[in-house]
Ligand binder design. Sequence first.
Ligand code: GLN
Length: 484
Amino acid sequence: MHEQTLLEQAQALQDGEVSSVELTQFYLNRIQAHDESLNSFVTVTGAQALAQAEAADRARSASEAGPLTGVPLAHKDIFCTRGVRTTCGSRMLDNFVSPYDATVVERLQAAGMVMLGKTNMDEFAMGSSNENSYYGPVHNPWDSERVPGGSSGGSAAAVAARLAPAATATDTGGSIRQPATFCGVTGLKPTYGRVSRFGMVAYASSLDQGGMLGVSAEDCAALLGTMAGFDSRDSTSVDHPVPDYQKELKQPVDGLSLGLPKEFFDDRLDARIRASVEEAVAAWEGQGAQLVEISLPNLPLATPAYYVIASAECSSNLARYDGVRYGHRCADPEDLEDLFCRSREEGFGAEVRRRIMIGTYALSAGYREAYYDQARRVRQLIRRDFQQAFEKVDAIAAPVSPVLPFRLGEKTQDPVAMYLIDCYTIPVNLAGLPGLSLPARPVDGLPTGVQLIGNYFDEARLLGLGAAWQRETDWHRQVPPGFA
Ligand code: GLN
């Protein structure tokens, strides 16, 4: 059953081959059997899941089921879930139970989907390896000594090991696409504003975007259709029509132009990954796409600009965790200042504290102009580079990560090396564009991926290109040996 895609399971439910209770119990059993070694879940909501599954089965017998009714999925533990702990991978929120659901959670639930639990992640979504979680690292299902990528490492590992048919995730600088690549699953980061951020714990608000990880591009299309759309509770949500993404998947590749930015194929890129990316690009060319070499000259400035902007925004967003209103509170504070200081010191891990310090520094009087304002100018240049590119091409093809999944602990002592891993995903967030990561030919048994970048609200085109390639290949169908 677990070899199936989410849409195949939806079909099996519709055809009465399986009930939602059976499907849900099947995944709960897989989680129980396998997650001890992976650590991809922080919380498993077994009883609640079975109750939701029963309700889904009742809706189906009453002919009230929608296309996704009864299909299970997992939520990244950054999305608020009413009555269920939302930790964001942090000790700060270890005891936090949200009084409301995130819009994403609400919409998927309204579509009848069943929540299996909440997935592990880097603390406050800061990281590229899932080693920054208060709940311990997640292991890559393809090689347990290696990282699954981050920050949505729990969601990616859970989908790769088929402990859930799909999972929600978020991407501030690559956290959907990079773990998708490291774990060999498909991940979509939608256009900024496409999916509501309401109830999604904030890291860097001008960059954060919710999306999903799934087995196939088609599965992502089905989920996006349910998650996307205007939400008056998120001031950056865009009121833009939501197309029928699944229908749009059938658009032909023939006649599309695909840009290959030379700055993405530089000497940082592992030659073996480059070969996998080129193979994917050649497949689209074989289907009639025209390849065009393009240039995004300001791309090399993206990573430093991102770390100034993201840290600045996080220093402001995380100021709310003061030990007073909610979250961790230290024991026996001497006075208010001691309460603030110790609660934050105890509640936040090392990487989060580092970012808060960098961000506070970058925003402080006398430095703001030199760092923060400068980074914002760079961001405009990058946005302009992409806009000029999209005057010439319909979509851009690129690598996702310059390196293969690395060993646990290999980069934890070198934060800058860790930051540079996101050099191919960060520019997309700075510009607010959609990006899709698709599994490509593995290297020595380790997954690799190819990235498609589109113009604003052009998710359908990216998913269509992804689906066209996945009809010809089966990299996305491969299940790690220990989980087959
Ligand atoms: N690795 C990047 C960071 O640590 C991106 C994380 C993300 O997209 N949430 O900021």
